[in-house]
Design a protein around this ligand. Structure first.
Ligand SMILES: [Ca+2]
Ligand SMILES: [Ca+2]
Ligand SMILES: [Ca+2]
Length: 406
């Protein structure tokens, strides 16, 4: 700031040596813009390297930089502050930093033994840690309060001031970046026909295959005891999620999902809904419900066993033909309570040709499925959601199951 004044005084004094005037004129031309980028992004718990940039470093050999930050969002360790790109390898570059963690201020001195040439880049790099509870989509300001170059011999324009000005930086808090993204969901038998994953509706052990359609990379997992599956550490992109249809279940018709995973996001609830156990897998197998509460671990084991049994013994074609034949029976023996079916369950027609969708509760198949589900629920009995499986009868139950199943 005092440089123009000095220059003016110099020019006003003709008796000064010509050499000095030239030096001063040289100094007058030295002008630099310094700022912190306002388009920085980072995630909670991440570290963001904040540069203090200069547009032209001609003649710079020393800089003093002062900056304020919000301590509720950012943390800074003085030891981590490093010289920036304009100093090259920085062999003789010295950095001294003083951080006041309570006040949220930092003072940095950076210098080298010789002047820099006309390069642009960063004077210093400040690795800020973002608080784990930083709010997504919020922003935090990096208030550049003072920059002095060569002890004021080079003007900084615009001059940073304490408080808001055009040189200040801004960090936007975003969700975790590339590689942390995930896709997850459930496979479930929608026994109560509400299109949601309810207690006891989980289908464990179902194979889910995830394919990145742009790279062809393939991942595979099986659903957990709660029917859930998850793929983590995914790169953003287009994915295809394919369910291997659990043979013992009446298919709702959607076994394949195509999704777009946006960077920094997770895709939850990529669910596969089945309509219920096929009737031939209900009776004689789950009727020991008094010691096999729906949703209990033993119940889940039974479901897993049934799935395995179904897959190992039944071909898809025979299963579906049996299903078609048995669904009427299932419907007629169901309690037929409270389903929203409007079509007689006795219909064995799929002549409508309508594709099965979740909302197709009025289609003959869905109607049958509701009845199947009702029959399943009736066969299971209650209490729903019990987790009691520590009964002494567990072994006996397993025996019953073994004999009934195999
Ligand atoms: Ca400022
Ligand atoms: Ca449900
Ligand atoms: Ca399915």
């Amino acid at each position: 700031m005092n440089n123009p004044e000095r220059l003016r005084q110099t020019l006003m004094k003709p008796f000064r040596s010509r050499r000095l005037s030239i030096q001063s004129l040289e100094g007058r031309r030295l002008l630099a813009a310094v700022n912190v980028p306002d388009d920085l992004t980072s995630a909670p718990d991440a570290i963001v390297s904040v540069p203090v940039n200069i547009d032209s470093a001609t003649g710079v050999r020393a800089a003093e930089i002062r900056l304020s930050y919000d301590t509720s969002v950012l943390d800074l360790d003085a030891d981590d502050i490093d010289f920036g790109s304009v100093w090259g390898t920085g062999n003789d570059t010295q950095v001294t930093a003083n951080v006041d963690d309570a006040a949220g201020t930092v003072v940095i001195f950076v210098s080298a033994s010789s002047e820099l040439t006309d390069v642009s880049g960063s004077l210093v790099e400040l690795p800020f840690s973002v608080a784990s509870d930083a709010v997504l989509d919020s922003t935090t300001v990096l208030d550049l309060t003072l920059v002095t170059l060569n002890e004021g011999q080079i003007s900084v324009d615009p001059a940073p001031v304490s408080g808001s000005d055009s040189t200040d930086g801004l960090i936007t808090i975003t969700a975790a970046a590339t590689g942390d993204d995930s896709i997850s969901g459930f496979v479930y038998a929608d026994a109560n026909n509400d299109n949601a994953v309810g207690t006891g509706e989980a289908i464990p052990g179902v194979t889910i295959t995830l394919t990145n359609t742009s790279t062809g990379a393939e991942l595979q997992t099986t659903t957990d005891s709660d029917g859930s599956y998850e793929f983590t550490d995914l790169a953003p992109g287009e994915y295809e999620i394919v369910q291997s249809q659990p043979v013992a279940y009446l298919d709702s018709g959607v076994n394949e999902l195509t999704v777009t995973l946006v960077e920094g996001t997770t895709l939850d609830d990529q669910n596969f809904r089945e309509l219920g156990l096929l009737p031939q897998y209900i009776f004689n197998r789950l009727h020991t419900s008094s010691v096999l509460p729906v949703g209990s671990d033993t119940w889940k084991d039974a479901i897993t066993d049934i799935n395995a049994f179904a897959e190992s013994t039944a071909s898809a074609s025979s299963a579906s033909s049996v299903a078609a034949g048995s669904s009427v029976v299932a419907a007629s023996t169901s309690s037929s309570s409270g389903t929203e079916s409007t079509t007689p369950a006795t219909s064995d027609s799929t002549a409508s040709g309508e594709p099965l969708v979740d909302e197709a509760s009025t289609s003959p198949i869905a109607s049958t499925a509701s009845s199947v589900a009702a029959a399943q629920t009736a066969a299971m009995g209650s209490p729903v959601g019990s987790s009691d499986d520590d009964s002494d009868e567990t072994a006996a139950v397993d025996e019953v199951f073994a004999s009934n199943l195999f």
